[in-house]
Write a protein that binds this ligand. Structure first.
Ligand code: C2E
Ligand code: MG
Ligand code: MG
Ligand code: MG
Length: 284
């Protein structure tokens, strides 16, 4: 990027760029090491998804965290972009999918056979040539039925609408897994693609939900997404629901599936079991 800047601008930014790149090279090394050592520094939190109609959990999303040996707890936005840039996301992402499936299999065996675990799939991961085989092998290895796994894709995957991309989506879908589009509404993709894609769910981005009760534009966009999902026979879920007003608005407008701090923050597996899953498995 420095090359693009000219004259004074370059002078002004250069030391900052050097500092930051030294830091990110260090972090990249740490990330590489952490993955090489088998991923013990990473862990997953699980955020439940609720059906407000039935008052039940339908599944949970696995969200990765890094317990860095020196820097301590690191949220994903501090290392996922770097992992993307460096290609390390491929290995990290595989670790996430495997751990998610292992955990879901434990819950499945405990009787929670209806739950679906979701893992986020980054664009770089999606573009790796053998992603379908990676997922297939993890499913075989963990013995998790494919319908209990969902992959959350972002619109960025779809932005480069191509034959290869479409073929990959179909191959993944043919494994029997579920697929959703995460952060829906924030990408620059055209809506035309939706009908061609083997997806199950649209996940409305938090940025629309935030001020849904006060901002008529975002309320209108949310309603449009709900209607769109309905007419394409897709499920729709809202992310980032933080209060009762937002939840009520969504229910009134036909969106019953929700995720957000209002219901639960992402939790470690044991905590999730303690708070939510005990009742579920006793019922079933
Ligand atoms: P995302 O997949 O859209 O996940 C939602 C993020 O919003 C999570 O942040 C979640 O903790 C947060 N969130 C959920 N409900 C609320 C709420 O009510 N209020 C607020 N303020 N926040 C809420 P997190 O865990 O920090 O993850 C951020 C992003 O990092 C994720 O966005 C996802 O894009 C990425 N990410 C996380 N784990 C993975 C992973 O294993 N692989 C990949 N490729 N990306 C990941
Ligand atoms: Mg997600
Ligand atoms: Mg999201
Ligand atoms: Mg989001």
């Amino acid at each position: 990027k420095a090359k693009e800047l000219s004259g004074n601008q370059y002078q002004f930014y250069s030391s900052d760029i050097v500092d930051r790149s030294v830091e990110s090279v260090q972090l990249e090394n740490d990330l590489y090491k952490a993955l090489d050592q088998g991923g013990n520094e990473f862990f997953l939190h699980y955020q439940p998804k609720f059906n407000a109609n039935t008052n039940e959990i339908t599944g949970m999303e696995a969200l990765v965290r890094w317990n860095h040996p020196k820097l301590g707890f690191m949220p994903p936005n501090m290392f996922i972009p770097l992992a993307e840039e460096t290609g390390l996301i491929v290995k990290l992402g595989e670790w996430v999918i495997r751990q998610s499936c292992l955990q879901m299999k434990r819950w499945y065996d405990a009787g929670l056979t209806e739950l679906v675990i979701s893992a986020n799939l980054s664009p770089q991961q999606f573009r790796q040539h053998d992603i379908t085989n990676v997922v297939k092998e993890i499913l075989e290895e963990t013995q998790l039925p494919p319908e209990n796994l969902e992959l959350e894709l972002t619109e960025n995957i779809i932005i480069h609408n191509s034959e290869t991309m479409l073929a990959t989506m179909h191959k993944l879908k043919n494994l029997g897994i579920k697929m959703s589009i995460d952060d829906f509404g924030t990408g620059y993709s055209s809506l035309g693609y939706l009908k061609d894609f083997p997806i199950d769910t649209l996940k409305i981005d938090k940025s629309f939900i935030d001020d849904i009760t006060t901002n008529t534009n975002n309320a209108a966009i949310t309603n449009t997404i709900i209607t769109l999902a309905d007419s394409l026979n897709l499920s729709v879920i809202a992310e980032g629901v933080e209060d009762q007003e937002q939840a009520e608005f969504l229910i009134e407008h036909g969106c019953y599936l929700m995720q957000g701090y209002y219901f639960s923050r992402p939790l470690e597996a044991a905590k999730l079991e303690e708070v939510f899953l005990k009742n579920l498995s006793q019922k079933g």
